[in-house]
Structures are given as structure tokens and as C-alpha cells.
Design a binder for this molecule. Structure first.
Ligand code: PRX
Length: 655
């Protein structure tokens, strides 16, 4: 099958930055020029924005591809860079975290306080025998202790593996085992949707007696933060309350220097098949690109901004743009524990008004769910403090982009649509908000210092106006350094396809428009082949949500006798629209609509109107399950769904 992906939608709206925004922006055109002239020299300059205990003399070592080393002879301490150096520069009183719990309790944590707390926990961990290179698993809600834990582990040269608090005991166990974690840090529970959702019981279950399992238990201690009022079971020789050990520990702790390639964290991400991959990131290169992109893409001005990235620390976005990027830059950020709609659907907008949030970074799935509820909810709050919006995680369809700008951004704020992956560690493709004339729906251009291409199956560039496979053609500082314990899988998954060219294959389809701007078309595994045309699920979904009645859409290809595959759409209708119009005939109307918007080839064979879509915890639609339904098969493994009941409801609706 050819890798050419046919492109059918067009979008002509353009939004240049205002003169006022451009003037104050951190990142300007000069960055592109500098990076184009000397890519490695450019990254060395960005790396020197950090504090190096021992300055590096080498930049990139790519003599053993695909295993890169960046700044390898330099030494630094990641936590020192995120904490002590701001305190030493006289900014200890600046608030690092403006935290708000779901029930409304609040804590402001200054850089000086966070530094002390990290030093205490670093001492506790060292006393418990955690050494450089040891792994510590975190299973925590979004509370300041989560950030403290990540930084304390980094401070002593150990490696964290954060497991999202919504994952089950089984998922936690397999991640703990794969990494061989020595300590687990958890909480009794965390507030979600108006009640304390327990965490410690899942840890207990994950560590429960495994006689006969053949797996050696590596966990020696569990440190437990008291967040709720939950009764927890206790294993005396193993479990420790955070409040019994951390407050009493000493705040004397000197940050030691570690080589730049010291592992910083493992983060598990689901592969298309098989067990989750433990993506490994290291210190110097990762922190360089995390801090740089947060400065120039999120345009963070640490003295004045209140920055808010809504991601949970269980995802890479929470690692790079909650913990490492903003703290390396000395920014003030909002951290919120709970769900967006508790206790009322305007909670996020209330938080923005109350804390004066200026820069806001969230996911398209959240934006679309707010569109579904209606604009009057955000319009009930004063959002005028916002000056920049960002999007991450999946393609943002032009309608959602424009809604985001108009309703949340007061028709004024630039929007940066940022493409990257757990594997890339930091933003790779995005507008610079003070430079780029933005286009709704397009992630647009690689950031300065990153080199990408859209190629065909042979690795040849497809050229402007065509679609193909997205590759990164040169190593970048925050690139993954491997898959934990599985170098062969690392090579096979990302580097084998274009081994002769040395390209990193991202697994995403993309197209270049006439200006050479990048449009992401979704995972290549999700591409459909209808009558010999490769069609992108993202484009048809985008057309569907462009219809006034549609809140959300998911499209899959189902096998079809005549066309090879046929387009099958699952749509959620806006509640407001349902009140006005009968559902009858809507399926036909939507089929016609897609035909008009894109072309007859893309017209869905079937349109199913459903109440929910199957999504993972991070909001990604699991098309594989919808394909099962569309092809009349029994529905496959649903364990990674946020709500496992969704699929039986959909199957019933379709029948
Ligand atoms: O398919 C792309 C999509 O999300 C994938 C990476 O997912 P994950 O590792 O969970 O990281 C998400 C947060 C960085 C990519 O391969 N993706 C991410 N951002 C975008 C996107 N697709 C289109 N546009 C984006 N801005």
C-alpha cells in the first residue's frame, strides 16, 4: 500500500499575532536563523541557559545510532536547575505552585518552600537506601507532593516512573515489575468528581503476595501521603506516612552533579500491540528542550505570567510542561487536583478567573467537551487575563480551534497547536506565537533546531501539497534514549522503517500544504483505504464536527466488499441541537454533509449516533474498538478505557 495519504479538506483562515504580542514575545525570528546556520551550536546555546556544575564540551554524539548522547561530558543536577538556582538568584519568595484541590482547599508553595521540601524528601529517600540509578514509582493525585517527589528523585540521581492514578492495580503492578522499583510513593487517595478516589488499596493489591508468580518483589517501602480521610490498610515494616518522615527530615542537602546522560525518568506508553513500552529519558538534553520550548512556545515570562497546563503528571505533558519546563524557567503555575466539571461545569473557567491565568495549555478532547456543553458556561467568567492558548495530544479540528480562540481567547489570543510525543520528550512542531501566522488545524512548522520531513515509503520527501509519513530527520536533545530493558524493540519500533536514512519514524501520517505547513492526519494505523484512496480519519472527523449539530466524532474504516474499506462514523450530537431537531434523518444529513465538505469518496457508509465514545484516560479515541463494532466482531480488550462500560452501550446502540 502506498504511503500517500489523500488530502481533501481545505482551510483558509489565517491569524497573525498582534503587534503588541509579537513585541513582547520571548521567541523571535532570529531563533530560526540561528538554528538553521548551526543546529548543534544552537542547542548548545540553549543548554547553557541551564546551570552546569561541569560545563560540557561535546554537543551531540551520534556515532552509535539510534543511541544518541547529548552534552555527554557535562554534569548537572536537574532539581538544582528547577529549584535552588532560582532561590540563589533571589527569587525564593516567588510562588512556584498555586495549588487548588478539588474541594477548593488551596496552598501556595514558593520556590524556597518547594526547595526545602524536595531536600527533605531527598534525605528521606537516601536514608531508605535509594541510590543513583534506582527506580521509584509514583502513584499520586495532582497535589504538590507529586511534584516534590519527582524532583527529589531527580535530585539524588534516581529514576522516577510515574503511573497515572487512574490506572488499575494490574497496570501498576506490571509497571513496577518492569522497572524494578525499590520504593512506591502514593496517597491514601485523591479527590475526583466530588469524592476521594482511593489509591493506596491499588498499591497494596499490586504488591500483594505473589507466591508462585515467579516474580521477585523489588519494592522495599511505600510512602503514603494523607490526602483524604480514608482508612488504609497498613503493612508495618513496609509502609510509612509521608507526614511521619518528611517534615522532620533535614533541609540540608547539597545537590550533587550527575552526567548529562543520567536517566531521569521512565514513562510507560501503550504500543499498538503488546505490553506498554517504558520510554526512557535522560537529564541534560531533556531539560534543555523542555525549558526552551516552554519559554518560546508558551512564551512564559516568569515574573508576570500565571501559567496553567491541565495535564496530569501521569502523562508526558505533565512531566515536561508541569514539572520540568516551567520550574526550570522559574515560572508560577496553577496546579489543580480535580476534574473540569466538579462541582460545576465552569470549574476550569472559574479557576482561570480566580488565579488570573495568563497562559493556558490543554487538549482538544477537553475543548470539544466544553463546546458540547455550550459557550454560555465559559462566558459566565472573566477570562480576560488569558493571553496565549495551547493545544496538545491530537489533531485539533479547525472548528474547535476557532471556538477556543473566540470563546476562551476573547477572539484575540494566539493559539499554539503543539505536536510531540512521549518519545520526543518535548514539543517538536508548533507555531511560535509571536512570529507565526497561525492556521486553524495545522501544527505548522518544526520548532527551531528540529528537523522533520513528510516522506513516502521509500523515505523520499512527498513535497508540498501531498501527504505521507512524518519523520524526524536529525537527532534532537529531548529524544527518547531507548525503551527500558528492550533495545531491540526501540530499534524496531522507531528506526527500522527508514534505517538507511537514519530517520525517526513517528507513526503519524501528515501532509504538507502549499506553504509547506504540516497537518497531522492521525496515527498511520488509523488510516483507511477506500477504493484505493488512503483517507485520514482526522480529516473526516474534522468535517463531521464542522456540522452545527455534531459535538464529537470518531471515524473508522470497516471492511467492505466493494470498496475494500468503507467509512463508518460514530457521532455525538450536541444536546442543544437534539432539543431542536429530531434525530431521524440526521445520519443521512451527515453523510451528505461530509460528501459536500470533502468529496463523495469520503462519504460515510454508516453513521451511528451514540452517547459516548471509547477513550483512553488521556482522551485518545480507541478506534480499534469501534472497528470491532463496525465490522460486527466481538469487542476486544477494553481495559485501558477510562470508562469500560462505554463499549457495551455503543454495541447495543449499533445493534
Ligand atoms: O498522534 C500524535 C498525537 O499524539 C501522539 C503522541 O501521544 P502521546 O505520546 O500520548 O503524547 C501526547 C502528548 C504529547 C502523536 O503521535 N498528537 C500529539 N499532539 C498532537 C497530535 N496529533 C496532532 N496534533 C497535535 N498537536
Amino acid at each position: 500500500m502506498s504511503s500517500q495519504i489523500d488530502h481533501l479538506l481545505s482551510e483558509s483562515r489565517r491569524f497573525p499575532p498582534s503587534a503588541a504580542f509579537a513585541e513582547q514575545a520571548v521567541g523571535g525570528n532570529a531563533l530560526y536563523e540561528r538554528a538553521a546556520a548551526d543546529r548543534e551550536g544552537f542547542w548548545a546555546e540553549q543548554a547553557r541557559e541551564l546551570h552546569w556544575h561541569t560545563p560540557f564540551t561535546q554537543v551531540l554524539d551520534w556515532t552509535n545510532p539510534p543511541f544518541a548522547e547529548w552534552f555527554a561530558d557535562g554534569e548537572l543536577n536537574v532539581a538544582y536547575n528547577c529549584l535552588d538556582r532560582h532561590v540563589e538568584a533571589g527569587n525564593g519568595d516567588r510562588i512556584a505552585l498555586r495549588w487548588e484541590g478539588e474541594p477548593g482547599d488551596q496552598r501556595n508553595v514558593t520556590y524556597a518552600e518547594l526547595t526545602d521540601e524536595v531536600k527533605r524528601l531527598a534525605n528521606v529517600l537516601t536514608d531508605l537506601g535509594v541510590e543513583r540509578g534506582d527506580r521509584v514509582a509514583l502513584y499520586l493525585p495532582m497535589i504538590p507532593e507529586a511534584i516534590t517527589s519527582m524532583l527529589a528523585i531527580a535530585r539524588i540521581g534516581a529514576v522516577h516512573s510515574v503511573v497515572f492514578g487512574g490506572f488499575s492495580a494490574d497496570s501498576l503492578r506490571s509497571r513496577i515489575d518492569d522497572a524494578g522499583a525499590k520504593i512506591v510513593i502514593t496517597a491514601d487517595g485523591g479527590w475526583r468528581k466530588g469524592k476521594v478516589s482511593p489509591l493506596k488499596p491499588a498499591v497494596d493489591q499490586a504488591l500483594a503476595d505473589r507466591n508462585g508468580s515467579g516474580i521477585q518483589e523489588t519494592v522495599e517501602h511505600v510512602i503514603v501521603v494523607k490526602r483524604g480521610e480514608n482508612d488504609v490498610e497498613w503493612t508495618d515494616e513496609r509502609d510509612l506516612w509521608w507526614h511521619d518522615v518528611v517534615p522532620q527530615a533535614s533541609t540540608e542537602h547539597e545537590a550533587q552533579a550527575f552526567p548529562a546522560e543520567t536517566p531521569l525518568f521512565i514513562l510507560y506508553t501503550s504500543g499498538t500491540t503488546g505490553k506498554p513500552k517504558g520510554i526512557l529519558h535522560t537529564s541534560g538534553g531533556y531539560l534543555t528542550q523542555a525549558a526552551f520550548t516552554n519559554r518560546v512556545v508558551h512564551d512564559v515570562h516568569p515574573e508576570t505570567d500565571v501559567y496553567w497546563c491541565t495535564a496530569d503528571i501521569g502523562w508526558v505533558t505533565g512531566h515536561t510542561y508541569v514539572t520540568y519546563g516551567p520550574l526550570a524557567n522559574g515560572a508560577t503555575q496553577l496546579l489543580y487536583e480535580g476534574t473540569p466539571d466538579t462541582p460545576h461545569p465552569g470549574r476550569w473557567w472559574e479557576l482561570i478567573e480566580k488565579h488570573g491565568v495568563t497562559v493556558f495549555y490543554t487538549a482538544p478532547t477537553a475543548i470539544r467537551s466544553f463546546m458540547k456543553i455550550g459557550r454560555d458556561v465559559p462566558q459566565g467568567f472573566d477570562l480576560s487575563s488569558l493571553r496565549l492558548l495551547g493545544s496538545v495530544g491530537e489533531p485539533i479540528n479547525p472548528e474547535a480551534w476557532v471556538w477556543y480562540r473566540e470563546i476562551i481567547g476573547g477572539d484575540e489570543t494566539p493559539i499554539v497547536d503543539t505536536w510531540w510525543q512521549t518519545e520526543t520528550g518535548a514539543i517538536m512542531i508548533s507555531a511560535l506565537p509571536g512570529v507565526t501566522e497561525t492556521k486553524p488545524g495545522s501544527a505548522q512548522v518544526p520548532i527551531p533546531g528540529v528537523s522533520i520531513a513528510v516522506v513516502d515509503d521509500n523515505g523520499d520527501p512527498v513535497g508540498n501539497g501531498s501527504g505521507g509519513l512524518l519523520v524526524v530527520t536529525e537527532p534532537w536533545p529531548s529524544m527518547l534514549r531507548g525503551i527500558w530493558g528492550d533495545p531491540d524493540r526501540y530499534r524496531e519500533t522507531y528506526w527500522e522503517k527508514f534505517a538507511d536514512k537514519g530517520y525517526y519514524f513517528a507513526g503519524d501520517g501528515a501532509r504538507l500544504d502549499e506553504d509547506g505547513d504540516v497537518w497531522l492526519l492521525g496515527r498511520v494505523d488509523d488510516v483507511m483505504n477506500v477504493s484505493g484512496h488512503r483517507l485520514s480519519t482526522a480529516e473526516i472527523e474534522s468535517a463531521l464536527v464542522g456540522h452545527e449539530g455534531v459535538a464529537e466524532a470518531a471515524v473508522v474504516g470497516a471492511s467492505d466488499e466493494t470498496t475494500g474499506q468503507a467509512v463508518v462514523a460514530f457521532v455525538i450530537i450536541k444536546s442543544r441541537y437534539l432539543k431542536q431537531k429530531p434525530v431521524d434523518g440526521l445520519g443521512d444529513e451527515l453523510r451528505r454533509w461530509v460528501g459536500e465538505q470533502i468529496g463523495p469518496i469520503a462519504r460515510p457508509r454508516d453513521v451511528y449516533i451514540v452517547g459516548e465514545l471509547p477513550k483512553t484516560r488521556s482522551g485518545k479515541i480507541m478506534r480499534r474498538l469501534l472497528r470491532d463494532v463496525a465490522e460486527g466482531r466481538e469487542v476486544g480488550d477494553t481495559t485501558t478505557l477510562a470508562d469500560t462500560a462505554v463499549m457495551s452501550v455503543i454495541s447495543a446502540q449499533v445493534k
